[in-house]
Design a protein. Structure first.
Length: 267
């Protein structure tokens, strides 16, 4: 009886077309690796050049190369940062309008000069008259009855330094940057305390240390100071919540009576 031996089929030899596909695949892989390395190098260069400064940088063009190393959350937080400082500048302007004696105490010639001193020069939110103090240490001076200097400058410089401290002194954010949600939340609480002190702090004669909200002779209430500070509180709380959700962190809310509240640390 004859037994047939099964034939073993040999794989066909790769033709010229197969070799071409293999070469093309290798070239595509190499190009992908080169692109990844180039992007990594650009990201490292851009984030390495990321500056620190006194206030947030203007919004970058959507086609700017730095956008490749920014997440959507970074862009949202930067927008909040800009809004906070816009409100801070408006608050400073309003306070100097209501309290012109304050910029005169600093030996300045006009409200515009006083504002330029605070916002146009990058001093890291430190003025010589405050002896190297920054953020909440300077804010306390604004509400001290013994302080004889520019109270508006003390409040605004203190707030600006406090906010930048919570933002790690960054002018813009990139993928590798991390913020502390607790510091941002504490910032918001400190602005709340400042709003209360602004309306309540008085000197020995019973006069307000700084004039702000008022009720006119016609009964119309001017609450614009309170509104600007309320906007800052809202942006800070929203930023804190976004960062906490991103990093799965829990923010502790410290309850204090405004009458006896103390400024919370932000570093």
């Amino acid at each position: 009886m004859l037994v047939r031996t099964p034939r073993v089929r040999r794989a066909p030899k790769p033709g010229p077309g197969c070799r071409t596909l293999s070469v093309m695949s290798a070239m595509t892989a190499c190009k992908t690796i080169v692109r990844v390395l180039c992007c990594a190098a650009i990201a490292n260069w851009i984030t390495g050049c990321g500056s620190t400064g006194q206030k947030p940088a203007p919004a970058a063009d959507s086609m700017h190369p730095k956008q490749i190393v920014k997440s959507d959350i970074d862009r949202v937080l930067e927008a909040h940062h800009r809004e906070i400082f816009a409100s801070l500048e408006r608050l400073a302007d309003k306070l100097y309008r209501r309290n012109p004696r304050e910029w005169r105490r600093a030996g300045l010639n006009s409200r515009e000069e006083a504002l330029a001193r605070l916002f146009n020069a990058d001093r890291g939110w430190q003025l010589a008259e405050f002896e190297g103090k920054r953020d909440i240490e300077v804010m306390r001076l604004a509400f001290s009855a013994d302080f004889a200097g520019d109270r508006v400058a003390a409040l605004i410089v203190g707030m600006g330094g406090m906010i930048q401290t919570a933002w790690a002194d960054r002018t813009e954010l990139f993928i590798m940057d991390e913020l502390d949600p607790q510091a941002l939340s504490n910032c918001a609480r400190n602005v709340e305390i400042s709003a209360w002190k602004l309306a309540q702090s008085r000197d020995a004669a019973g006069d307000l240390l700084l004039l702000s909200n008022e009720i006119g002779a016609d009964g119309v209430r001017n609450l614009s100071f309170e509104r600007e500070m309320g906007k800052m509180i809202g942006w800070l709380d929203m930023s804190s919540q976004i960062v906490a959700d991103k990093n799965r962190r829990v923010v502790t809310r410290i309850l204090q009576s405004l009458a006896t509240a103390v400024f919370l640390p932000v570093r």
